[in-house]
Ligand binder design. Structure first.
Ligand code: F6P
Length: 747
């Protein structure tokens, strides 16, 4: 319960208790009032007695009957019913007319004893009304008697009744007062609460708490609770993000239905999501090791549409129809894969040459020299044109949504725009964009920028990549840059340039059917023949020089040297998927890694212990997740990386909230996964210290870090990534429609 309702409840309970006490006092008060009223009467009675005593004693020896008028006068007092005089023989010799029959001298008291000298009060029932009689001794010697003064007690009952009403009215007034007080307190606190909520929302929106200039009141006591509540619901209150609460295939599907109804959706990428290969006389399907594919595939499963990609498998031609289509995923088709073919020579120039020897090292600062060959460029242009033509041929409408992926297709957006001017082209650059200086060495920089600016939206992983792009355009192109609107206009066409940090599906399909973490660990230990109590480090990626694999191996060497307590107790399983092996830079890396692993294993290992297991083969997603789940620590040490989805996949695999992520600050993921142990992969000591820290981390800290990262990845999953791009696309399409109306044409 927050403090506000607590205070209201306390006030309400206090009020009820107080009112209860007042009501409980009512019966008690009756006795008190009766006693007090009786005393009051006795006092009045003795006053009357004293005022007439002398006259009575004077007359009683002579003519007592003469006292009658005097007695009658006293009965005018509303509290005095009657007066009478008893003589020494106990006879009532004088009495006023109202004297009740039940009152006799004998009943009031004895006159003959010493005790009879005392005043006596007696109560009688006079026809249903209670009366009290004071018997006062008068006279001396033989003329002794008793003066009787009779009072009615009815007024006592009246007084009790009156007092009861006063008490009840008082209790009601008290309740009313307390209620008003409680209401005022609640209203006041609520105002402060609202101020606090608004201030906290603003703080959270701005990313950090603000210091108010001279606060009039001390900080509201509820701020901490509200802050933590709001933090939990941060995603829900960030309306300007346009983010529904939980992004899922359904929300993405609904978004398409509502925002982009009847829209044809295309994805274009070099790598295909399903590769058919001949193996041992049969056809097998392979899921490629590609961040792009793991991100886009679930999106296409949710949206449907057509994915246009290079058919690179040995059995790909055998599995398509006459239009080069194949329905995927195999077994549960959700979308159509359209394969585009190319010769080895074309692949050599476009893919290995320009894309992977030119643009890849150009955009990744990993100190590998980019190579630019004119022939490669020609192939790159030709293949881009082939893919553009394929998309145009597949499109059945003039305004499809086309999601162009990556550095393989920098020219595609403009090529498609020339043929389908009303298409919504959403291009995503999956690798970093370098600074203007670095990009400037590319001989075809203008063509590449011009090609990309055919897009409707151009996305990068981070804001700094966007800024690098703006700087590059500014330096090399005649265009209009609007940094406020985050757009570039070239040749009359405006392109939005925005950061969209990519992610993975949640929950990942590869988690389906996974054994428990202890079982995964047992399986991996058995598979590699390791001791039961071994600690496991893991690294999984394509065999690429940008991933910092050699640096990681050096860090392992350093760890075992500086922290020998891990000797024999830790194994690092480095899984690498062969990639671009035709290229010298990749072949060299592979050789270097094998040689370095052997050296380290010789230095620190034995007949039975190998600290590093280098496993060079493609692993399917479920095997990758099994390894992640078996690991104590996962190291991602990229020298430069757009995002790095391995980091997010490791987090997604740990539903036990175990395992520690060691993550390079040069991977885009580090700006999202701040709870990882962030390292500089060029600092070998720093990396090995982090690995030691990860292995020694207390369980509570490990869990807390993993919990926070899992929450982040779950909320910012790939459906949200695609959803945000599509939401922007829909906004721009609507704006375009309005512009078309204004121009007198309609779609
Ligand atoms: O990082 C960009 C990216 O396209 C990733 O999707 C993928 O991991 C890699 O580069 C491409 O690899 P390949 O050349 O094997 O398709």
């Amino acid at each position: 319960m927050t403090r506000l309702p607590r205070i209201a409840v306390i006030i309400t309970i206090a009020t009820i208790v107080l009112a209860g006490l007042v009501v409980a006092f009512v019966p008690l008060s009756q006795g008190l009032i009766e006693r007090w009223s009786k005393r009051d009467l006795e006092l009045r009675s003795s006053l009357v007695f004293r005022s007439i005593r002398d006259r009575v004693e004077q007359e009683m020896t002579g003519r007592p009957a003469d006292l009658a008028p005097l007695f009658e006068r006293f009965t005018n007092d509303e509290r005095i019913l009657a007066l009478g005089l008893c003589d020494s023989r106990g006879r009532l010799v004088v009495a006023t007319g109202q004297m009740p029959q039940v009152i006799t001298c004998a009943a009031v008291g004895d006159n003959g004893t010493e005790a009879g000298r005392a005043v006596r009060f007696a109560t009688f029932n006079n026809s249903g009304n209670r009366v009290i009689v004071g018997g006062y001794p008068v006279g001396t010697g033989g003329s002794r008697g008793r003066l009787l003064i009779v009072h009615e007690l009815r007024f006592v009952a009246d007084r009790v009744l009156e007092a009861r009403w006063y008490l009840i009215a008082g209790a009601l007034a008290l309740i009313l007062l307390a209620g008003t007080l409680a209401a005022l307190t609640v209203i006041l606190l609520q105002r402060r609460l609202m101020k606090s909520v608004l201030a906290t929302i603003n703080d959270l929106r701005d990313g950090q708490p603000k210091v108010l200039d001279k606060p009039i009141l001390p900080p509201p006591p509820v701020t901490t609770e509200i802050r933590s509540l709001l933090r939990d619901f941060r995603e829900k209150i960030r309306l300007e993000d346009g983010s529904p609460i939980e992004w899922s295939p359904k929300t993405l599907h609904d978004l398409l239905d509502n925002e982009l109804p009847d829209t044809e959706v295309f994805v274009v990428s070099n790598r295909e999501p399903y590769i058919h290969n001949h193996a041992d006389g049969r056809i097998v399907v392979q899921r490629p090791a590609s961040g792009l594919v793991s991100a886009l595939e679930p999106v296409m499963r949710a949206c449907g549409g057509t994915w246009v990609a290079h058919g690179s498998g040995t059995a790909d031609r055998d599995t398509v129809d006459a239009e080069d289509h194949v329905q995927v995923p195999p077994g549960s088709p959700a979308y159509r894969l359209r394969r585009v073919w190319m010769t080895d020579e074309e692949q050599e120039g476009y893919y290995y040459g320009l894309a992977n020897e030119g643009l890849w090292p150009l955009c990744h600062i990993a100190y590998v020299r980019p190579i630019f060959r004119e022939s490669d460029w020609q192939q790159y242009v030709a293949i881009n044109q082939r893919f553009a033509d394929a998309v145009v041929r597949e499109a059945t409408r003039p305004d499809p949504v086309i999601m162009v992926q990556d550095y393989h297709f920098a020219l595609l957006p403009r090529m498609i725009r020339e043929q389908l001017p009303k298409a919504t082209i959403l291009t995503f650059w999956h690798i970093p964009w370098p600074n203007a200086e670095a990009f400037g060495i590319c001989p075809w920089k203008e063509e590449i920028i011009e090609g990309l600016l055919g897009s409707t939206v151009l996305g990068f992983h981070t804001r700094s990549h966007c800024n690098n792009f703006f700087d590059t355009v500014d330096r090399y192109m005649e265009s209009r840059i609007d940094r406020e609107q985050a757009s570039v206009t070239l040749g009359g066409h405006e392109t939005m340039v925005r950061p969209y940090p990519i992610s993975i599906e949640w929950p990942p399909a590869a988690m389906e059917g996974q054994a428990s973490v202890p079982d995964c660990r047992a399986t991996v230990i058995a598979h590699y023949g390791l001791p039961d109590d071994i600690r496991i480090g893991i690294g999984i990626e394509r065999f690429d020089y940008t991933k910092g694999i050699l640096d990681r191996l050096h860090a392992m060497d350093d760890l075992l040297t500086r922290y020998p307590e891990w000797l024999g107790k830790l194994v690092f399983i480095q899984v690498v998927a062969p990639t671009r092996t035709k290229l010298a830079s990749y072949a060299t890396l592979q050789d270097d890694a094998i040689r370095l692993t052997e050296e380290i294993n010789q230095r620190h290992g034995s007949e039975t212990y190998k600290p590093i297991l280098l496993v060079i083969r493609h692993h399917e997603p479920d095997e990758v997740y099994q390894l992640f789940r078996a690991a104590d620590v996962c190291v991602v040490s990229s020298l430069h990386d757009g995002m790095n989805l391995v980091a997010k996949e490791f987090v997604a695999s740990r539903d036990d909230e175990g395992g520690v992520l060691v993550l390079s600050r040069f991977a885009g993921a580090s700006s999202e996964l701040g709870e990882a142990l962030i390292i500089n992969p060029y600092d070998i000591h720093g990396m090995s210290d982090a690995m030691h820290r990860a292995l020694s981390m207390p369980e509570a800290e490990r869990r807390e870090r993993m919990h926070l990262m899992r929450t982040h990845v779950r909320e910012r999953n790939v459906y949200r990534w695609a959803g945000q791009i599509l939401l922007d696309a829909s906004r721009l399409r609507k704006r375009q429609k309005v512009a078309d109306f204004e121009a007198g044409s309609s779609l």
